[in-house]
Design a protein around this ligand. Sequence first.
Ligand code: CA
Length: 663
Amino acid sequence: MNLKAILASIFILVLSVSFKPAAKAQTYDNYPVYSGNDLGVSWSPAQTTFKIWSPSATAVKLRLYAAGDGGKALHVLTLEKATDGAWKKTVKGNLKNLYYTFQAQINGRWLKERPDVYAKVVGVNGKRGMVVDLQSTNPAGWAGDKKPVLKNFTDIVIYELHVRDLSANPNSGIKHKGKFLGLTETGTKNPEGAPTGLDHIRSLGVTHVHLLPSFDYNSVDETNPGAKYNWGYDPLNYNVPEGSYSTNPYDGNVRIKEFKEMVQKLHASGLRVILDVVYNHTSDTSSNFNQFVPGYFYRHTDKGAYSNGTGCGNETASERPMMRKFMIASVCYWAKEYHLDGFRFDLMGIHDVKTMNDISAALHKIDPTIFIYGEGWTAGNTPLPEDQRAVKKNAAKLNKIAVFNDDLRDGIHGGWSDVKSKGFVSGQSDLAESVKFGIVGSVEHSQVDYNKVNYSKAPWAAEPYQTINYASCHDDNTLWDRLKISNLNASEADLIKMDKLSNAIVLTSQGVAFLHAGAEMLRTKHGVANSFESPDSINALDWSRKTKYKAVFNYYKGLIALRKHHPAFRMPSAEMVRAHLHFMDSGDPGVIAYQLNNNANGDPWKNIIVIFNGNQSDKKIIIPKGDWKMAVNGSTVNEKGIKPIGPGEINIAATSAYVLYEE
Ligand code: CA
């Protein structure tokens, strides 16, 4: 589901209907394909070469400016026709830090002045590109930047964060509020003295920070970032960091340098960095794509209008060679230039399987530990045939690419379409099979009855790393709000139990674990589900909750440490999961119990029993013979053992998770 911009999209839809694409899909197939890898701007102190692909243009102009906005052009130059629909111009002299635009004449009409789609940096609000000397944007020590070690994708614990949310609240104690640099500050504390920001993320123990869109997006005015908030799912310049997150959006060098400083600091803090990428649609159809090759980069309906599989008024066409080429080049550029460690694809189902696999191959050639995942669905009808979509159902066709497990998510807290519906953790025992589906990492397992699983009636993951297990993310209500809305009569103490059980399920299941930032302190957006443009007062992390709900934070932290210390919870192959994970007969439909046997995945513990009681009453369960100790119960995590457990019948408290082990 993607509800990011419903209102905005209606407006865009109105605009897009009046903008007729220049040609129908069939003619796009006749466009030449540019085979080189030099589109964009190539700078050296002696000369700069400008190159764009605009096969239907009859003339292309290049303007050079002193600033990113305002002022008259210093020079107006004409590009020369090159091979395969490209146009180019080499300008002698050092053009470093000059701004530029291109303008194409198509069908006798001059289109808008814009940066090229390959622009590496832009001036304020993304109106003009800038000639950049990338080397000079590297922070000190950048060449020595080292990624934290990653052995298997199943070792990953993701923390999904919006750059601005981390620091915007006055109680963050962070100086650079709403900025990339806010993520580099250490020693920051809330008024009660608890660590915030980067120190907080580090101590929580996650392995990867996933940043919501941090490329240049449209909706926040970079000259006055405080006036408006947005998640950033409205792309403008794909290869450029967002200006409102920099301390100076007017100087193109600053946003690049500060983004790199953030990555460098996160790496040095033991955290890998994932960028949320949104190639499935553009902010609107007056995009840079359309100024140089009208219509080509988008899909259309039979009648020639923009198709809208994204719910945002347009959808791109990854299957067209030059869009595919652009996407591959764009992620590879981010991976190499910014040392990124992963990419999360928004509405990945809009992209075709081949493009995603080509992206995977290209990125893994750069670094085999780069992690790729996406939303395995679309938000509306798309002309792309279903068997070609990079959707959940086709996950097994995707090579080293994971998808979000909404089967588990909604099994935990209840279905997305009815916010008041309950989930396994609030006593809905008929959702137990969807939880079991998540426990096995969405792979084939003989003890899961797939007919009873929420949406997928079949195991869609070939290997456990292909499933992103989660209880909540930026979309929809926070986990805490959702539990409150769907359990109106529950006490706060009971809601806390449900919350802890929810992410205890996520953090002990096979696959990749994913947390929405702030879940560990019961984050609230005050019941606003689609907060894509809500103010900071709704979206920003409220650090006072860290002190107020300290026990919850410690519980999450303990579970993450347990997962990291015990490889049994992150088996790398489906075969291993089938060999070592066995469900027990719990004797109650609202209780799930399973064993991880025989030092699974080299675990120091010989056998492990995990029990989830989703009922609102205590239950008894028979524990097999053995020398069992308890490491987790509903209130605490202690890997050294809370207490020994005799064999036979034991009591499992209402709404809680248990982990027992045998050494
Ligand atoms: Ca922007």
